[in-house]
Design a protein around this ligand. Structure first.
Ligand SMILES: Nc1nc2c(c(=O)[nH]1)N[C@H]1C(S)=C(S)[C@@H](COP(=O)(O)OP(=O)(O)OC[C@H]3O[C@@H](n4cnc5c(N)ncnc54)[C@H](O)[C@@H]3O)O[C@H]1N2
Ligand code: MOO
Length: 429
C-alpha cells in the first residue's frame, strides 16, 4: 500500500486554497487515468428522466430539424399576409397533428398552436386580434375580419431551434432538464452517460455506534458521518459502493479496505475521523504509507489527509467531528468532483454583508454556519450562528449558508462584506 503521498509543508499548515488545489489535482489525475481508454472507462445507458445531472458520454447531434415543419405559434387564423387587412372567407379548420391542405387564395384557415402552416399561408393572426369571439362563432359566420400583418408573424419556421446535423450537446456536458428535453424531442428514449465515480466510505472509532443499535453503550454515540457522507456523495454525483463503520484496530480496517478495493475498484476512498493527534488514529495509522496527513488553516476541518492508493483510488481523509466532515466535503471534495468528473456543480460563493459583528480566529479561516437573506432591493446579508464548534451538528442543520470569515486579530464589524455559499438543499430566506 505505498504510492505517491501528497506532500504537505514540512512546517505549518496549508491554506484552504492550497488544499482545494491539492485535492482537485489528485482527483483530476485519477479521473484522467480512469478515462484514458482503458478498462476503467465506464458508461451506462439510462432512461432520459433518470439522467438529470449525469455527464453525456457521446455528442448529441440533431437527427431531424426542430421544429420539423413551419407551424403556428398561436391559436388563430392562417392567412397570406398580402391579403390583409380584409374580411376573408374561412377555409377548413387546421388542428395540431394534422397535415393541412393548401390555403385557398384569399381565405383564412382557423389554426391551432403547433399545427402545420398550410401552403399558401405565411402569417398567423391570433384569434383575439380578430372580430371572432370564438372559433365556433367564426365557423358559423363563415368569415373573419383580420388586421394587416406582415409575412412571418407568429410562424415558427422549420429548423429555427435546431438543424439536422447540428451538434446540440457535446460529450462531457452535464445534462440539464432542458438538455434531456432536447434529446427526447429528437425522438430518443435513452442516453449514454459516464458511470458515476465510485466511492467507498469509512468512519469509526470504538465509540461510534451504528444508528438503530440499542442500547447505546456508555461513552458511545451514534454515527452521523456515514449518513452525511453517503447523502452528500449521492447529491454530488458519486455512487457509494461500500459504507462501513470501522473499529480502532488498524489491521481490521486494512483488511476491510483491501476487500472493498478488490470488490468495488473504487475511484475514491473517503474517510472520516481517526486522523489527528490521538493514540488511536486508525485511519492515519493504516494509510500513512500512501497518504499525507497535516493541517489546513480552516476551522472546522483543520486536520486533513490526502493521497493516492496503489490501486489508483484517491484517498481523501476528513476529520471526524461531524460538522468538520460535512464542511470538508463541501470545501474540498465538491470543487474537485466538479472539475474532474463534472458530476456536480462548482461552488458559487457570493458577497454578502454581515448583519452582526463576528470575532475571527487569529490563524485559521472560519467556515461559519449561518443564514442569509436578500431584501427587496437585492441587498444580501448573512448572519453567522454564534457557536463555532465542530460538534454542533444540530445547529448546522439550521444553516442556509456557509460564511467565510478570514483569519485576523480584529472583530469583523457588521456591514463588512464576506463571501457566503448558499446551501442548495436549504432555503434562503
Ligand atoms: N491534540 C490534538 N487534538 C485534536 C486536534 C489537534 O490538533 N490536536 N484537532 C482537533 C480537531 S480540530 C479535530 S476536527 C479533531 C479531528 O480528529 P479526528 O479526525 O482524529 O477524529 P476523531 O478523533 O476520530 O473524532 C473526532 C470527534 O468526532 C466524533 N466522531 C468521529 N466519528 C464520528 C461519526 N462517524 N459520527 C459522529 N461523531 C463522530 C468523535 O467521537 C470525536 O468526538 O481532533 C481534535 N483533537
Ligand atoms: O478543525 Mo476541527 O474540524 O475544528 O473541529
Amino acid at each position: 500500500m505505498t504510492t505517491s503521498a501528497d506532500g504537505w509543508p514540512a512546517t505549518g499548515a496549508r491554506s484552504i486554497t492550497a488544499h482545494i488545489r491539492a485535492v482537485a489535482e489528485a482527483v483530476a489525475a485519477q479521473a484522467s487515468a480512469r478515462t484514458d481508454g482503458g478498462e476503467r472507462v465506464r458508461t451506462e445507458t439510462l432512461p432520459l428522466a433518470a439522467a438529470a445531472g449525469r455527464v453525456l458520454a457521446a455528442d448529441v447531434t440533431a437527427n431531424r430539424d426542430l421544429p420539423g415543419f413551419d407551424n403556428s405559434q398561436m391559436d388563430g387564423f392562417a392567412v397570406c399576409a398580402a391579403d390583409t387587412p380584409a374580411t376573408l372567407p374561412l377555409a377548413p379548420m387546421i388542428p395540431a397533428g394534422h397535415w393541412p391542405d393548401p390555403l385557398p387564395e384569399a381565405q383564412a384557415a382557423p389554426i391551432m398552436t403547433g399545427a402545420p402552416i398550410p401552403a399558401g399561408a405565411d402569417a398567423i393572426i391570433p384569434i383575439e386580434d380578430t372580430d371572432a369571439t370564438s372559433f365556433d362563432a367564426a365557423v358559423r359566420a363563415g368569415q373573419i375580419t383580420v388586421p394587416e400583418v406582415s409575412a412571418g408573424t407568429f410562424v415558427r419556421p422549420i429548423g429555427s431551434d435546431a438543424r439536422t446535423g447540428d451538434l446540440l450537446l457535446a460529450a462531457g456536458t452535464r445534462l440539464t432538464v432542458p438538455g434531456l428535453g432536447t434529446i427526447a424531442a429528437l425522438g430518443q428514449t435513452e442516453v449514454a452517460v459516464h458511470a458515476r465515480p465510485r466511492a467507498v466510505i469509512y468512519t469509526g472509532g470504538d465509540e461510534v455506534t451504528a444508528p438503530g443499535t440499542t442500547p447505546l453503550p456508555p461513552g458511545a454515540l451514534y454515527d452521523a458521518n456515514l449518513t452525511m457522507l453517503a447523502a452528500w456523495l449521492d447529491r454530488n454525483g458519486v455512487a457509494v459502493a461500500a459504507s462501513r463503520l470501522i473499529s480502532d484496530t488498524v489491521a481490521d480496517f486494512a483488511a476491510v479496505l483491501e476487500a472493498d478495493l478488490a470488490a468495488h475498484a473504487p475511484d475514491l476512498i473517503i474517510t472520516s475521523g481517526g486522523i489527528s493527534a490521538g493514540r488511536y488514529e486508525v485511519i492515519r495509522q493504516a494509510l500513512e504509507g500512501c497518504a499525507a496527513f497535516g493541517s489546513v488553516t480552516m476551522q472546522p476541518g483543520g486536520p486533513q489527509g490526502l493521497g493516492t492508493h496503489t490501486s489508483g483510488a484517491v484517498i481523501i481523509c476528513f476529520p471526524g467531528n461531524p460538522v468538520s466532515t460535512w464542511v470538508s466535503a463541501e470545501m474540498f471534495l465538491r470543487p474537485a468532483l466538479a472539475e474532474a468528473y463534472r458530476c456536480t456543480s462548482a461552488h458559487r460563493w457570493q458577497p454578502a454583508a454581515l448583519s452582526e459583528d463576528v470575532t475571527p480566529l487569529a490563524r485559521r479561516e472560519q467556515i461559519r454556519r449561518g443564514t442569509w437573506h436578500t431584501d427587496d432591493t437585492g441587498h444580501v446579508t448573512a448572519a453567522a450562528f454564534s457557536g463555532t464548534s465542530s460538534h454542533l451538528l444540530a445547529a448546522a442543520a439550521q444553516a442556509t449558508a456557509l460564511i467565510r470569515i478570514p483569519a485576523g486579530d480584529e472583530v469583523v464589524p457588521a456591514g463588512s462584506t464576506v463571501q457566503i455559499l448558499p446551501l442548495e438543499e436549504a432555503h434562503g430566506e
